[in-house]
Design a protein around this ligand. Structure first.
Ligand code: GRF
Length: 189
């Protein structure tokens, strides 16, 4: 059984889709949900799916024994960031090389980097006048939205779209492709 941890800071709709997708999988199991926000929606999903959850802050992530005490016991094969807003420290990347992935709701390297998350991304896409946007699933390195790309999928942006309409089109792509990409990565090993 391959084991994944999902970290999210917000509603956690992607986290929920991933939990649903793997809930009867004989090969892949969500073993841990993590968040930096004690009121994050993702904690409700953790409860619904009976998955252990932890809440931690920026400082905790830098503590010497944090990984040993909180993550290693779960024997995690892949850490999935699904709307997780804290920067991943280099020590985590050393522990989990090519084992942390993120989803970004735009076609990186456009509309990525510090401060470009959630609605900020879709507002920027709208303001740019670009005729397409999409999703990027990528490995995580020590910089925001900067690691090697695993998958990009495009969708159109229509001239009269509001940022909310763009966001909802992109979120549908995320919900479809994120669980399937996780599966592909883990089953290819
Ligand atoms: C998604 O658009 C994801 O790409 C971004 O944050 C959003 C999280 O949405 N990184 P949700 O919390 O999964 O609903």
């Amino acid at each position: 059984m391959k084991k994944i941890a999902i970290f999210a800071s917000g509603h956690g709709s992607n986290a929920r889709k991933i939990c649903e997708y793997f809930s009867f999988s004989p090969h892949i199991q969500v073993v841990l949900i993590g968040t930096n926000k004690p009121d994050a929606g993702v904690l409700i999903h953790a409860r619904d799916f009976n998955i252990p959850a932890i809440t931690f802050g920026k400082k905790n992530m830098l503590e010497k024994n944090f990984i040993e005490e909180n993550l290693l016991p779960y024997e995690i094969d892949l850490i999935v960031l699904a709307g997780f807003l804290l920067l991943i420290p280099p020590s985590w990347i050393q522990h989990y090389p090519q084992r942390i992935i993120n989803i970004h709701p735009a076609l990186l390297p456009k509309f990525g980097g510090k401060g470009l998350f959630g609605s900020h991304v879709h507002n920027a896409v709208k303001a740019s006048g670009d005729a397409e946007t999409g999703i990027t699933i990528h490995y995580v390195n020590a910089h925001y939205d900067d690691g090697e790309h695993i998958l990009q999928v495009k969708c159109p942006v229509f001239p009269n779209d509001t940022p909310e309409q763009i966001a909802s089109r992109v979120l549908k792509l995320e919900h479809f492709y994120f669980p399937r990409t996780i599966e592909k990565i883990l089953l290819a090993e």
